[in-house]
Write a protein that binds this ligand. Structure first.
Ligand code: PLP
Length: 367
């Protein structure tokens, strides 16, 4: 960051290019286009695919709202389908059943860092002539069932670097373009529609100010240098939670009582989660609001995470969604709770959080 400050090139300078190059190399992608946020990366992806009015895109209702908003920005309609109760990602069978006449594409979200079923979705896309945009904002470093790093399958993908992400620049994102022409268009639209070979005040198309500053890019470069260590640190904290909560009777999704305390699923086959958050599902019938207050009384911050997108006011109003359409997503959403989770979290802190949860749920505290 000092190097950037001393250079006087605070935006569109060499540090931006370096961040793009080094992130792409770390990921294993040909190229990467840095943006001011993950949402901006996804929006540029939607535009590159030409999705707009009259197009429907099949996506997950169990996601952060930006994954659907980026479609609405362009007048395309998010069409939700239910999720897999184990991985919490879009269910490939449900996606297939949802594709219709007006479907232009699929927008899978690698939720909580667990890789979505891209091989199945790509087969569906090939059969029905659909494009795919991957929301990888929560999944830097995740690996899919075929051993490919999320974002490297040749679909457009968007990553995010907000302060809670695996790699952070405060605000920031990265779009992965499938080819050089798309990369050029994304770089132009990120920068008010300027083309690389035109003058500063000549605009080839309507664009946006989606630029990442070089100061943010410098943070990004430093984060990429530490990326593998940061990811294993997050995995360490998750495994501490897994051990402690198993002693309280928690079981990983798909392995125990689905009505009990459900922990994040284990990696299946070649799939590797990139740990983003530690979200459990409370036992069926537990009063989540009371659990959150009881945790707060014990000094532990926890959050209901995530609300379903289709039940948010603008989606209800614009698209007419109501409760009951996506029972798995709605059930998971009503029971899910994010526990404190951060790099450097100590064993004693994890233990305290688990003991507080045990107290709040009336379970035996882990020794
Ligand atoms: C799944 C998902 N999509 C999109 C975004 C948007 O990213 P940003 O906040 O960087 O715009 C986020 C994170 O905030 C996210 O978690």
């Amino acid at each position: 960051m000092l190097e950037v400050l001393r250079s006087g090139r605070l935006s569109i300078g060499p540090m931006l290019e370096r961040f793009e190059r080094e992130f792409a190399a770390w990921l294993g992608a040909e190229d990467a286009v840095a943006t001011s946020s993950g949402t901006a990366a996804l929006h540029l992806g939607v535009r590159a695919l030409g999705w707009g009015a009259g197009d429907e895109v099949v996506t997950s209702p169990f996601s952060f709202v930006a994954s659907a908003n980026c479609l609405v920005y362009e007048g395309a309609a998010p069409v939700f389908c239910d999720i897999d109760p184990v991985t919490l990602d879009i269910d490939a069978g449900a996606a297939r059943a949802t594709v219709g006449e007006r479907t232009a594409g699929l927008l899978p979200v690698h939720i909580f860092g667990y890789p979505a079923p891209l091989p199945e979705l790509e087969r569906l896309a090939a059969e029905r002539g659909l494009a795919i945009l991957e929301d990888a904002c929560e999944a830097a470093g995740a690996v899919d069932s075929e051993g490919a790093a999320v974002g490297t399958r040749g679909n457009i993908a968007g990553f995010g670097f907000y302060g809670n992400k695996q790699l952070v620049t405060g605000e920031g994102g990265m779009a992965i373009p499938p080819d050089a022409a798309t990369a050029a268009r994304m770089r132009s639209e990120r920068n008010q529609g300027r083309d690389a070979d035109l003058g500063w005040l000549e605009h080839e198309r309507i664009g946006f100010n989606y630029r990442l500053t070089d100061l943010q890019a410098a943070l990004g470069v430093a984060q990429v240098e530490r990326a593998d260590a940061l990811l294993s640190e997050r995995a360490r904290v998750a495994s501490l939670y897994g051990e402690r909560l198993a002693r309280l009777g928690g079981a990983r999704a798909g392995e125990g009582d689905p009505d009990g305390l459900v922990l994040p699923c284990a990696d299946r086959g070649a799939e590797r989660r990139s740990w983003f958050v530690y979200v459990v599902q409370l036992p069926q019938g537990a009063d989540r609001g009371a659990v959150i207050s009881s945790l707060a009384d014990r000094g532990i911050a926890a959050k209901a995470y995530l609300p379903c997108i289709h039940l948010m006011p603008p989606y209800r109003e614009r698209f007419g969604f109501a409760e009951g359409r996506f029972p798995v997503a709605e059930s998971v959403s009503s029971r899910s709770l994010a526990l404190p989770f951060f790099v450097g979290m100590e064993e004693a802190q994890v233990e305290r959080a688990c003991a507080a949860l045990a107290g709040a749920l009336g379970l035996d505290s882990p020794a």
